[in-house]
Ligand binder design. Structure first.
Ligand SMILES: CC(C)(COP(=O)(O)OP(=O)(O)OC[C@H]1O[C@@H](n2cnc3c(N)ncnc32)[C@H](O)[C@@H]1OP(=O)(O)O)[C@@H](O)C(=O)NCCC(=O)NCCS
Length: 158
């Protein structure tokens, strides 16, 4: 049974460690910007009372999901976190929730589309450029050895 709640002060270490493990750094590259995903508001998921995932987002006119990780996979953690983000955004009268994922991350791409998100843009070689200028430590290869080069932008209108 997955339960989701807002991140609190006690979750700070979990958020930073989980993001660092998943993406090599809690500072993630998004469309040519380096964002500290651990410093943002968000939600945490728990399974059987243990933390099992997190979502952080950058609030604004639109909400951008910046960090999403399920440490327990395939039991609905990611879905529950995304649904709570959509629900809270709607309550704040936000009209658009969006995010980017990288070209290698076909699992995330199918996950987001299954949730009703739509592909709206391809940012070609945005990661290649960010590796040169912003974060040289960005891994060259991702899932299944695919070279990480582009960001794909998805959105859902609320
Ligand atoms: C992308 C990610 C967040 C998805 O999280 P998740 O918790 O595994 O996702 P869910 O469990 O909600 O859904 C994943 C699959 O499990 C299935 N599932 C969900 N609940 C289930 C249940 N109770 N029993 C069995 N299967 C279930 C879903 O149907 C889905 O299958 P599909 O992908 O074939 O459609 C996760 O894979 C992850 O953390 N990846 C690494 C970090 C990452 O890439 N983040 C996104 C960066 S943009």
């Amino acid at each position: 049974m997955v339960q989701v709640r807002r991140l609190g002060p006690d979750d700070v270490d979990f958020v930073r460690e989980t993001l660092t493990e998943a993406f090599t750094s809690a500072e993630v590259v998004v469309l040519g910007r380096l964002i500290d995903a651990a410093a943002l508001p968000g939600f945490v998921a728990e399974v059987d009372g243990q933390r099992a995932g997190l979502l952080t987002y950058e609030p604004g006119e639109d909400w951008q999901v910046v960090g999403l990780v399920a440490t327990v996979r395939g039991v609905g953690v990611g879905e529950a976190l995304m649904h709570l983000a959509m629900h809270d955004a709607r309550e704040q009268r936000i009209r658009r929730l969006w995010l980017v994922t990288t070209n290698d991350n076909t699992a995330a791409l199918s996950f987001y589309q299954r949730l009703g998100m739509d592909l709206v843009a391809l940012h070609r070689d945005s990661i290649t450029n960010a590796r040169r200028t912003l974060q040289p430590s960005l891994p060259r290869t991702g899932a299944r050895g695919i070279e990480i080069r582009h960001e794909l932008e998805l959105q859902i209108l609320l």
